[in-house]
Design a protein around this ligand. Structure first.
Ligand code: SF4
Ligand code: SF4
Ligand code: SF4
Ligand code: FES
Length: 500
């Protein structure tokens, strides 16, 4: 049995195995994109590159067989650099939005496309679940919000933006009216004690996110009732919507102590593992480390929201609260404290002439509904043109972009591809500008002996995926449709909603 050495570790390898197979059998992870287990290697992406120690040559591990005594590097900076370059070259020929414009512009990063998808299917409860995962006190927030998501909504460049905030409120109000009342999500209980000073947007939101992580935070508020600043500044928020959110916080394990003036929040560190300063704008702006959100001179004391950014909007306070809750949780667990980074997304920017048509094809042509009750909610959510990438959560290209900290624009030529969307197939969506020409779908279609199948058409830089004899995607994929979508490592092939 041959033996090879990977990163100084000698491992046995089966006769005829590839370096990738030998590595994986020994628990050594090598990334891949175009590799499809069980099929002949296409070796087109070079993301699986390893370096031969004696020659310095970089070779694709998915297509190179082991030779007894071979020594390779798989984790060195050279190898990481080669993989990074391979990924950046793929991105230079890639066009799409991992995250939709509405989600990217929402400071709290609400996963709006998923909310709308549940509403299209008449599932307001599931929509509410996503909203409460991503936002705090949404029944109040989305009434007080300046609604940047709607200003950024792509549909607005065609006619009117999707009524996102009204749809969120529809989901939340429907959830509130449900019997039995919704129960707070369960998390593994944490015994560490967290204090929050201030019961406005930031304090209440941080309490919500911490409660979701299993804590039972105590909020100290100097007024005689919670959320006094919200009632004063946003009289348009109905009292019952606010009370419903406070009630849910209480049922989630949040304790609010009113009429409490805390002159020096640091003193609370005597009885609590961490303290969050979430008062409104004051005379003294605390000196906070922007990466940890902690006061430079007082470990365990955090600050967020309008105490730092006096003119911050409510949604910004909620976003800050979400970030600081993560920092506090990491501090309490003894982990490195770091504000979570923004999620990776490539973005298309402004659409070129005619590109909007591709988006509109999968949406309702109706104008914006101003009244959003159950029937109108379905109709209004169908106006969404589905800007996000349907594989954003599973795309291997995106995952590797994060792992290798790539710059998607490093090799950009300045010229951009044209965006198109093929929906000839009732179940499959094909977005050619996201195709990395790995050939996996061709292999799968071939394996299923599809009559037409798929093929590469053209040569050199112009090569693209197509159906032979000018056929349609619906003629090419029958049995193999779902498997081809699963084998596609990017969002080029995705499943369509059979019941849009
Ligand atoms: S294919 Fe991947 S990288 Fe491209 S837009 Fe979709 S999720 Fe992002
Ligand atoms: S059309 Fe839909 S996915 Fe696109 S920005 Fe508007 S709400 Fe978001
Ligand atoms: S569409 Fe086919 S060739 Fe293109 S990336 Fe997906 S699997 Fe690969
Ligand atoms: S070249 Fe090996 S996975 Fe693409």
């Amino acid at each position: 049995m041959p033996q090879i050495t990977i990163d100084g570790r000698t491992i046995p390898a089966a006769e005829g195995a590839t370096i990738l197979q030998a590595a994986r059998a020994a628990g050594i992870e090598i990334p891949t994109l175009c590799h499809l287990e069980g099929y002949e290697a296409g070796a087109s992406c070079m993301v699986c590159a390893v370096k031969l120690k004696h020659s310095g040559q970089l070779i694709p591990s998915c297509a190179s067989r082991v030779v007894d005594g071979m020594e390779v590097e798989s984790a060195s900076e050279d190898v990481r650099g080669a993989r990074r370059m391979a990924l950046e070259l793929l991105f230079s020929d890639h066009l799409g939005d991992c995250l939709s414009p509405c989600q990217r512009i929402c400071p709290a990063q609400l996963t709006i496309p998923a909310v709308l998808e549940h509403l299209r299917h008449e599932q307001p409860g599931k929509a509410a679940g996503i909203i409460r995962r991503d936002l705090a006190i949404p029944g109040v927030l989305c009434r007080a919000c300046h609604r940047p998501c709607e200003s950024g909504c792509r549909r607005g460049t065609h006619d009117e933006p999707v009524a996102i905030a009204e749809l969120v409120l529809h989901a939340i109000d429907t959830e509130r009216a449900a019997e039995p009342p919704r129960t707070p999500p369960a998390a593994e209980a944490r015994i560490e004690r967290i204090a929050i000073v201030g019961a406005g947007f930031t304090g209440l939101s941080a309490a919500w996110f911490l409660a979701r992580q299993g804590y039972r935070p105590v909020v100290f508020e100097k007024a005689d009732r919670p959320a006094e600043s919200i009632r004063r500044e946003y009289p348009e928020v109905p009292a019952d919507a606010l009370d419903a959110e406070l009630d849910l916080l209480a049922r989630s394990g949040v304790e609010i102590r009113t009429g409490q003036t805390i002159d020096d929040p640091a003193t609370l560190l005597d009885g609590f593992h961490a303290v969050l300063l979430a008062t409104g704008p004051g005379d003294d702006k605390p000196a906070v480390d922007k990466d940890t959100m902690m006061l430079a001179d007082t470990p365990g004391l955090f600050a967020a929201g309008r105490v730092l950014r006096p003119k911050g909007k409510p949604v910004q306070s909620v976003a800050d609260a979400k970030a600081v809750a993560t920092c506090i949780d990491r501090h309490v667990r003894g982990l490195e404290v770091r504000r979570p980074p923004k999620p990776f997304s490539v973005f298309m920017g402004k659409l070129l002439d005619g590109e909007m048509d591709a988006f509109l094809r999968e949406s309702s042509p109706a104008h914006r509904e101003e009244r959003v009750d159950i029937d109108h909610a379905i109709a209004e959510s169908k106006r969404c043109v589905l800007c996000h990438c349907a594989k954003a959560d599973t795309c291997k290209l995106r995952q590797l972009a994060v792992d290798y900290e790539i710059n998607p624009n490093r090799y950009s030529s300045g010229e951009r591809l044209r965006y198109s969307r093929n929906i000839e197939h009732p179940l499959v969506r094909f977005e050619p500008a996201k195709c990395i020409r790995c050939g996996n779908c061709i292999k799968v279609a071939g394996d299923h002996a599809e009559t037409l199948g798929l093929t590469f058409i053209g040569r050199g830089f112009d090569v693209h995926l197509g159906v032979p004899f000018h056929g349609k995607l619906s003629d090419a994929l029958h049995e193999a449709a779902a498997e081809a979508v699963a084998a596609c490592p990017t969002g080029a092939l995705t499943l369509r909603d059979p019941d849009p």
